[in-house]
Design a protein around this ligand. Structure first.
Ligand code: NOJ
Ligand code: CA
Length: 660
């Protein structure tokens, strides 16, 4: 007994000396660990992979309106759990998703003053780590205001970082790569190339009733920078007692980042019981002609949303197997400066030259549905006031998808789009829509954070610089590398309504502005950019008699499994995706302004014979001088075949592989 006591005492002394009061959680494969400790009242965490520091000691805590929760902590109880489950999603890049982690919940207790407690829950996955704060209801912490979240991510080096600036251009910026120390404030997700075997993305998951996470930095230490309310409050905590997850996806190769399903796994399971009505579809629309100013949203001679035009689009959609027709400019409110007069928008009253009811019937009879467009101009309150009535009307007409829009960085009450007020508004829209069996495609709007797991009626979001800039940008359009970086950044949060598939580059409104890609690259976007309901974005006339359109007609948008055979951030990327419920595979590859030769072994195919249709850059194709040439070839392939592709500058390749 005496020896046992002595041994225990020695262990205790040793653990104090070695700082073993720190606690640790390790990923299921043993490679990643998160250590958490408290020093001088300050709580910190660090992330190690093998013996390599991934995140150095970084601070945790809050500055509240009512006194800091930081600098006065001691560690309280630590509880542990683990999960290994596989769940299914109604639509997605994979039919099944494995959620496998070890969890450690650490209680931080104030030593003096109010003796409040804060819990931090850490999860270690094989592909990264995440944590979030929980605010137990207690004396002194019921309804309170967060003035600052002090969470840091101390990087091990001045890592090259891909990001867009925070709080500008509706988060529709161009991602650029600089050492992190040279950045201004950034929006998240950001993607980091730390070294040849360490790639990361930092983002948030499950952004619910909180404000959006931007990132500031001090040298190489990133810090959470929350989007404020107008009066400077960051988050008003009431009913929701948890923060979003702070997520670090960690990989040896760039492709590992793209295949991580942490953002989905860190969201709550699906809240929609019967998901049978969730049927996203490809769509065409009265849209590109508005972007390039041939038609107008407002009434007049060039009004786009007329009954006649819409019928032509419905006929085209029916002929080419597209399930939806988006119609913009159909409703009252567009005639003045709608970005300032959003309160004039009616979401139920159609312009006289647009017969809403007859068109919905005409569409239904042809197996097509109208996609309603609800631009708010930022007048969110005006929208909320009409939502119930509008959605009831749409439901009665057989409409099941709404594209919402918020062309205004501020709502009319002055709050920012990415503030807690905005996050609440966008969620209210999604939940109300779900009750009415409506799918939502949200333009501008909240930064996606994986909530489509919980609310799979959110089938798409913009929150990125989409194809539309290739119509109206004054600097020529998106750079060719744009689609080579989107999947590593914005794409991690959820499906992107990028609107691919422009075939005709002539632009009278803004001469010289056009897709800075080849035509084959436009096709490859259907695979590289993930969305369960892509648009064929061009005017329908531009698809007639175009052999390349066959790929858009045939490409599925729901997947069984996704692979990433090649990837370098911002340079090139290849996705291979198996169609949901079949043995067919589709491949898309895009490159930046450099030509590339890529080889791909088809060893992911099943046994047996397949036919491949390959749409690739033709001889002399070049996005600058000669964007259109395309070669289309058919090839018999099997799992032993190696395909060789030559991608032109700004080019791409799209392949459909069908089981015989
Ligand atoms: C911006 C959206 O991104 C675009 O798709 C839409 O056409 C306009 N707003 C008008 O709502
Ligand atoms: Ca937009």
């Amino acid at each position: 007994m005496k020896r046992f006591l002595l041994f225990t005492l020695m262990c205790l002394i040793m653990s104090t000396v070695s700082g073993a009061k720190d606690v640790k959680v390790i990923s299921p494969d043993g490679e990643l660990s998160v250590t958490v400790g408290v020093d001088g009242g300050h709580a910190w965490y660090q992330v190690i992979r093998g013996s390599e520091a991934v995140i150095k000691r970084s601070e945790l805590g809050f500055i509240l309106k009512d006194g800091n929760m930081n600098g006065n902590f001691k560690m309280g109880k630590v509880t542990r759990s683990a999960l290994d489950e596989t769940w299914s999603q109604p639509w997605g890049e994979d039919a099944k998703v494995r959620n496998h982690y070890n969890e450690m919940k650490v209680r931080l207790q104030e030593k003096n003053g109010q003796h409040r407690v804060l819990d931090v829950v850490f999860r270690a996955f094989d592909d990264g780590v995440a944590f979030r704060y929980e605010f137990p209801v207690q004396q002194g912490l019921k309804d309170f205001v967060i003035m600052e979240e002090v969470t840091q991510f101390a990087l091990p080096t001045d890592a090259p970082t891909w990001s867009i600036p925070a709080l500008t251009d509706y988060y529709e910026g161009i991602y650029t790569r600089e050492p992190v120390s040279q950045k201004g404030n950034m929006s998240s997700p950001v993607a980091l190339e730390v070294n040849d075997s360490l790639y990361m993305a930092i983002m948030e998951a499950n952004l619910t009733d909180y404000s959006t996470m931007n990132l500031s930095h001090n040298g190489t230490t990133l810090a959470v920078d929350l989007v404020p309310w107008q009066n400077g409050d960051k988050v008003r905590v009431g009913e929701t007692r948890v923060s979003p997850w702070r997520v670090m996806i960690i990989g040896h190769k760039p492709a590992d980042i793209l295949l991580s399903r942490m953002p989905l796994n860190l969201n709550e399971p699906c809240r929609i019981e019967d998901t049978s009505w969730l049927q996203p579809t490809k769509y065409v629309g009265i849209w590109w002609a508005l972007q390039n100013q041939r038609w107008t949203w407002s009434q007049g001679e060039r009004h786009g949303a007329t009954t006649e035009n819409t019928k032509r689009y419905i006929d085209f959609a029916a002929r080419h197997g597209m399930g939806g027709v988006l119609v913009e400019g159909w409703n009252y409110g567009w005639d003045g400066d709608w970005t300032r007069e959003g309160n004039k928008f009616s979401f139920t009253k159609a312009y006289p030259d647009y017969d809403l009811k007859a068109l919905c019937r005409y569409a239904r009879e042809r197996g097509v549905r109208i996609i309603a467009h609800n631009e708010t101009g930022g007048a969110a309150q005006n929208y909320e006031n009409q939502m119930e009535e509008a959605y009831t009307l749409y439901e009665s007409l057989g409409i099941n998808t709404i594209k919402t829009g918020y062309v205004n960085p501020h709502f009319y009450n002055g709050e920012l789009q990415h503030s807690q007020w905005g996050v609440r508004h966008f969620r209210k829209v999604i939940e109300t829509a779900a009750r009415h069996h409506m799918m939502i495609v949200n333009h501008e709007g909240a930064m996606p954070s994986g909530i489509q797991r919980t609310w799979p009626n959110l089938i798409g979001t913009e929150s990125m610089r989409g194809q539309e800039y290739n119509a109206f940008d004054r600097k020529g359009g998106n750079p060719p590398y744009h689609e080579c970086i989107l999947p590593f950044t914005r794409g991690l949060g959820g499906p992107m309504d990028f609107t691919p598939g422009i075939f005709e580059y002539n632009n009278e409104a803004v001469p010289g502005t056009r897709p800075q890609t080849t035509l084959a690259h436009q096709l490859a976007e259907y695979i590289v950019i993930y969305s369960p309901g892509h648009m064929a974005a061009d005017q329908i006339e531009n698809y007639e008699h175009q052999p390349a359109f066959k790929f858009i007609e045939e490409v599925p948008t729901n997947w069984e499994r996704t692979l990433v055979p090649h990837a370098e951030m911002g340079k090139y990327v290849t996705f291979a995706r198996q169609e949901r419920g079949t043995d067919n595979w589709y491949i898309g590859s895009v490159t930046d302004s450099e030509a590339r030769d890529l080889s791909l072994k088809l060893d992911f195919l099943g046994d047996g014979k397949y036919t491949a249709m390959i749409y690739e850059d033709g001889p002399d194709a070049d996005y600058r001088t000669n964007p259109y040439p395309m070669t289309i070839r058919r090839l018999d392939v099997d799992r032993g075949t190696v395909l060789h592709f030559h991608l032109a500058p700004g080019g791409g390749v799209a392949v459909g592989i069908i089981r015989k």
